[in-house]
Design a binder for this molecule. Structure first.
Ligand code: MLT
Length: 259
């Protein structure tokens, strides 16, 4: 199948794929693209319906993982490191379940292998109703501040505002499709236990979306785990603490490819 995903491909060397999360696009990784492409080939796709990629209608974590695998095929990348932010982490887990032979390692950047609780599913269904009734811009304005730590919200309100401005024009259909896919995603803790390569975890010390306790609970499952607690970050360490994010990702890439 011809792959229609829009992507960036920067730097040379061993590959690293960075997947963005819900209501974002590949630009969320701009600071990491700059730093990581000095040592690796960094490929950053926009998920279907995000950024420059056309919508794919209803999606699942598996369908998006398969689109990423097709992109790797097109780029002749046989095996890679795959890092996913939040929903991108759910896709990375689906990818590891379907195509473990294509991964040297993968990483959950503010993400979790646990499925939604019933309470979380209800919150998502309410959000879908809100988007349908009010449109995307009020939804982004209401939900975005919660992605950042109190320190970021108070100290750098312009970072919150610029994120709101950037994503207020998002497609409502795409957001709803992502919500449906997140509600439907299964428990993937067995993927963490069964994967034989290294797994990276970045946990925001003030993450209100993936709580620290839940993020920590899964870290003992892989046989090789690299765990980083990012102080000062909420759910957006790539923007909130870019230098720390770059350093821990570079350390992991070096560990995987140089050891
Ligand atoms: C994301 O950042 O991708 C989403 O907030 C993830 C989620 O809601 O579970």
């Amino acid at each position: 199948m011809y792959n229609t995903l829009h992507f960036r491909d920067e730097g040379n060397g061993q590959p690293v794929i960075l997947l963005h999360g819900f209501a974002e696009d590949g630009a969320i990784w701009d600071r990491q693209a700059e730093a990581l492409s000095t040592v690796a080939r960094v490929v950053i796709p926009d998920l279907p319906g995000s950024g420059g990629s056309p919508a794919a209608g209803p999606v699942t974590m598996e369908s998006m993982a398969t689109q990423i695998r097709e992109l790797l095929d097109d780029l002749r990348i046989r095996k890679t490191i795959l890092i996913g932010h939040s929903m991108g982490g759910y896709i990375s887990l689906a990818f590891a379940a379907l195509y473990p032979e294509r991964l040297h390692a993968f990483g959950l950047f503010h993400s979790t292998a646990y499925p939604d609780t019933e309470e979380k599913k209800t919150v998502r269904r309410k959000a879908i109703t809100f988007i349908r009734a009010n449109g995307v811009a009020p939804f982004i304005r209401q939900s975005t501040p919660n992605l950042f730590s109190p320190a970021t919200r108070e100290g750098r309100p312009q970072l919150v505002e610029s994120t709101i401005a950037k994503y207020s024009g998002f497609s409502a259909d795409a957001l709803i499709a992502y919500y449906e896919a997140m509600i439907a995603r299964p428990d993937r803790t067995a993927v963490l236990s069964q994967f034989t390569g290294p797994v990276f975890f970045a946990i925001g010390a003030d993450d209100a979306i993936v709580p620290v306790e839940q993020a920590l609970q899964q870290c003992h499952l892989p046989s090789i785990a690299h765990l980083h607690m990012v102080e000062g970050a909420g759910h957006m360490a790539m923007l909130e603490t870019p230098e720390i994010s770059n350093r821990i990702l570079l350390d992991f890439i070096n560990f995987v490819y140089r050891s």
